[in-house]
Design a protein around this ligand. Structure first.
Ligand code: GAP
Length: 407
């Protein structure tokens, strides 16, 4: 873990928040490569949970919601970690359990920073069924910031106080929850191994015993990863029954039932919810990918990230700063930039050193533009994991890299 933390700082994945003022416990900033990795995680989740399916729609609800939502959902009575933010003049944030009553101690407003994105999807349930053509079974998906007053933040970004949740609320017929619960457990596991390339032997499923279930859950399975500090929750998949729609229906006095157009049955759908944070996937991927090996009698650090998530998928390294060579290298860069996450490294240092740097940030492919390129209009693809080299015509480079990135 210490090695991963040092690497992420050294290479600009993560910085402690407000570090020049001594940092802020439980808060981190994401640097240039960290942002690229985060965006890749977020985009792949959206792609596989929303875009590649025709039964899930997206939503973006607000981060700040009224206290009635959290009173109805049971968060105020069952959890002690919500944070509240004043929406009035002062904008101060408060630990919810230190504020008496509903008003901001400073200026009297009544709102909460959300500890989960889920409630936005329940509160908007009626809007979504009235404005789209979704039919049960269907899902609403949301990605966005969540805030918790974690008493013990730690293990890097495993547990932080401000993080980015990705949640799917999948609405099903009341007696069909068990089947869908199994479906989503398998589907989510498959996403980690096949799309993100996480080592299957370091993943397992943990079924919560009744006593440790959240107040809204009938059954919960965690997808766990074997972290350096032990097995820990990566993602939770919960069967939330009709708990949330029911409590919001009661508290808001709004009918939230669904009318089945085929059977004319009216009911509150049950909900299967896979929920995970980008931050926790981030730390998982870095730990899973970190490796040290020896190449040509030199030891190296290498992040064996799947090409799908690598912050830089293709690095272009011209062998020298000679003008005609640089020109070709820049043309290659332009032709690849729209297709891949590309970095151009013209620093001119020893080529081996430039490869080592790309190995450390997990770049799966380096394109070397050398003197021969000027004659044969071809470049070398150097592969991170094996350090093998392959000569490819510039004309066929995009196609070859597309195949390599797809694995
Ligand atoms: N809506 C359900 C829910 O929020 P949760 O188990 O409290 O369930 C879901 O959180 C996921 O969010 C966890 O599996 C984990 O991936 C992530 N998560 C929770 N607390 C976190 C924290 N303090 N820092 C980073 N990620 C967190």
């Amino acid at each position: 873990m210490d090695k991963v933390v040092a690497l992420t700082k050294r290479r600009g994945f993560i910085y402690p928040s407000s570090e020049i003022y001594g940092g802020l416990s439980g808060f981190y900033d994401y640097g240039p490569y960290g942002v690229a990795l985060k965006r890749a995680i977020r985009d792949l989740w959206w792609r596989h949970v929303v875009e590649l399916r025709d039964d899930v729609v997206g939503l973006e609800s607000t981060l700040i919601m009224p206290s009635e939502v959290w009173a109805a959902s049971g968060h105020l009575t069952n959890f002690v970690d919500p944070l509240r933010q004043c929406t009035g003049r002062c904008k101060k944030r408060w630990r919810a359990d230190t504020v008496k009553g509903d008003k901001c101690p400073e200026c009297g407003s009544e709102v909460y920073l959300r500890p989960e994105t889920a409630q936005g999807m329940f509160v908007d349930f009626k809007n979504v069924i009235n404005s789209t053509r979704v039919r049960v079974p269907f899902g609403i998906a949301q990605q966005g910031r969540a805030f918790r007053n974690e008493i013990t933040p730690g293990n890097f970004v495993f547990r932080v106080r401000e993080f980015e949740l990705m949640e799917l609320e999948y609405f099903v017929k009341p007696n069909e929850d068990d089947g869908w619960f199994d479906y989503w457990r398998k589907e989510r596991m498959r996403w980690y191994t096949d799309v993100l390339g996480v080592n299957a032997s370091r993943l397992r499923q943990y079924d919560h015993p009744k006593a440790s279930l959240s107040h809204y859950s009938k059954q919960t399975t965690d997808i766990e990863y074997e972290f350096p500090f032990g097995w820990g929750e990566l993602e939770g998949i919960a069967d939330r029954t009709d708990f949330d729609l029911r409590v919001h229906q009661e508290a808001s006095k709004t009918d939230l039932t669904y009318l089945d157009p085929e059977t004319n049955d009216r009911y509150l759908p049950w909900v299967i919810e896979p929920a995970v944070s980008v931050d926790r996937i981030f730390v998982t991927l870095l730990i899973d990918a970190y490796d040290e090996d020896v190449v040509n009698e030199e030891s190296r650090v290498v992040l064996r990230l799947h090409p799908n998530v690598a912050p830089v998928q293709v690095a272009i390294v011209p062998l020298s700063k000679k003008e005609d060579l640089i020109k070709v290298a820049r043309d290659v860069r332009s032709s690849l930039q729209g297709e891949f996450r590309v970095e151009y490294d013209q620093t001119g240092g020893h080529i081996g050193r430039r490869y080592r740097r790309q190995d450390e940030i997990g770049t799966p492919f380096c394109i070397t533009v050398d003197f021969e390129t000027l004659n044969d209009r071809a470049v070398t693809i150097r592969k991170r994991d094996t350090t093998e080299q392959e000569r490819v015509a510039i004309a066929g480079l995009t196609e070859r890299l597309t195949a390599l990135v797809a694995g």
